[in-house]
Ligand binder design. Structure first.
Ligand SMILES: Nc1nc2c(ncn2[C@@H]2O[C@H](COP(=O)(O)OP(=O)(O)O)[C@@H](O)[C@H]2O)c(=O)[nH]1
Ligand SMILES: [Mg+2]
Ligand SMILES: [Zn+2]
Length: 428
């Protein structure tokens, strides 16, 4: 008996040792505090805890505030010693007049974000990449002309860590070709890509593939049937949106094919999280007016599995688009996409939309497991109450998240989505 008691005592004392709080397990029953706990407060609470929590916070914030790790440093240095430098610096000063650029004061050459090559505004002009097709990028400039452009070889060298040097939605500077044989199709060279914000990315052969850049929001299209609704997939898309700093909007499409009432709890759950969610039907027009309103004056990317009705919804919003819609008979042929490349399309009502090809495998690119909780907003008030500052909310005893799930303060469905993402990210 004695040895067992001894072991128990040892065990208990070791628990007390790692337990940072005086109470054994406080998982958030003090509701007033919970409801008022804002993210900033959460950070403060973290900050007052032992060093481990401090370390954790720093890492997460670091990732969130940085668009991208710096590229090839030595190339930059090498470039800085280049004779061109004076000339580059000079032209950059003039380029800075454009409001958005002034945020990046050190854009001269090879800065960390974007492919920061200085341009000469006398011969170059700014534009937006509408689509990328193989080696050609189609860039619309201020006067509405669309240039077929190749990318300056140097830019490709600077951006070796990424599959897409230039992607749909990029803001670029192009140098139009001197001789343009066919005025109907002017050509040029992309000289510079501005730093990106609001991106939708996915992993592609263990590299990052930026599907689209510089958008404000993502419409996550899910079909209620055909293909069958996979609720965890919605959470996966939402996490991807939040990681790319995009506002998620959930469209549950093909509402004409299912009993709409059944989905009200799901819709309500997302509304509570501040994520607009509603039923749509490209066929009958349900929800199209609301969708149209949400798209006005914003840049939006449509995302979702193949066959859920992304192109059909866009056609319903603006019939003149005439986007190709996949025939029903095609649905069984996996790997066939009618939309093969992401394309930026201007809406008559103001704003831009991007129809993306169906993404079969969506991973949270470059995400560490401990970052995943950040993409579940309803977890935020509870996280500081977990017994361990580095709680993963997967198995720990004094976990405020797990306690909240058992009290139904966090939905079990969302918690399972969290686990799926956490483990998926952990496995790489
Ligand atoms: N019944 C019904 N069918 C739809 C709806 N939206 C799209 N579809 C059909 O679903 C199929 C795939 O649509 P498509 O727009 O190509 O999907 P995408 O791959 O997401 O762009 C086509 O056969 C469409 O006619 C809808 O709201 N209701
Ligand atoms: Mg499509
Ligand atoms: Zn926890």
């Amino acid at each position: 008996m004695l040895p067992i008691n001894g072991i128990q005592l040892l065990y208990q004392s070791s628990i007390r040792f790692v337990q940072p709080k005086s109470e054994p397990c406080r998982t958030g029953d003090d509701s007033p505090r919970l409801s008022s706990a804002q993210p900033s407060e959460r950070l403060k609470q973290h900050g007052s805890q032992p060093t481990m929590s401090k370390k954790k916070k720093t890492r997460v914030e670091f990732r969130r505030n940085r668009a991208k790790p710096p590229r090839e440093n030595d190339i930059t240095r090498q470039f800085a010693t280049d004779a061109e430098r004076t000339e580059d610096a000079h032209s950059t000063e003039r380029v800075r007049a454009k409001g958005e650029l002034s945020r990046h004061r050190t854009v001269t050459v090879g800065d960390g974000d974007g492919t920061g090559r200085a341009v000469n505004p006398d011969v170059c002009q700014p534009g937006r990449v509408l689509r990328v097709h193989g080696l050609n990028s189609y860039v619309e400039v201020a006067d509405g002309r669309v240039f077929r452009c190749v990318v300056r070889r140097l830019l490709k060298t600077l951006a070796t860590d990424e599959r897409s040097v230039v992607t749909t939605g990029d803001r670029v500077w192009i140098q139009p070709d001197q001789v343009i044989p066919n005025p109907a199709e002017p050509t040029g060279v992309i000289e510079r890509v501005e730093p990106r914000h609001g991106v939708l990315t996915r992993a592609s052969r263990r590299r990052e593939h930026v599907l689209v850049a510089n958008v404000d929001q993502v419409v996550i299209v899910m079909a209620l049937v055909e293909p069958e609704l996979k609720q965890h997939l919605i959470d996966r898309y939402i996490a991807t949106a939040l990681k790319g700093e995009l506002q998620p909007i959930v469209c549950l499409n093909k509402a004409d094919l299912a009993d709409a009432a059944e989905y009200q709890p799901l819709i309500g759950a997302y509304a509570q999280l501040g994520i607009p969610a509603f039923l749509t039907s490209a066929r009958t027009g349900i929800g199209i007016e609301r969708l149209r309103r949400l798209l006005r004056d914003r840049a939006t990317v449509f995302s979702g599995q193949s066959g859920v009705g992304k192109s059909s919804l866009l056609n319903a919003v603006q019939p003149e688009l005439g986007l190709r819609v996949r025939e029903v008979s095609d649905t069984t042929q996996k790997g066939q996409h009618t939309t093969t490349t992401a394309e930026l399309i201007r809406l008559e009502s103001g704003g831009w939309v991007v129809d993306t090809p169906g993404v079969r495998q969506l991973q949270l690119w470059g995400t560490r497991p401990e970052e995943v909780e950040g993409y579940f907003v309803e977890f935020h008030p509870f996280v500081p109450l977990c017994g361990f500052p580095d709680c993963t909310h997967t198995h720990e005893n004094c976990c405020a998240i797990r306690a909240a799930v058992s009290r139904r303060q966090i939905s079990e469905r969302r918690y399972h989505s969290y686990l799926g993402l956490f483990h998926g990210v952990a496995e790489g």
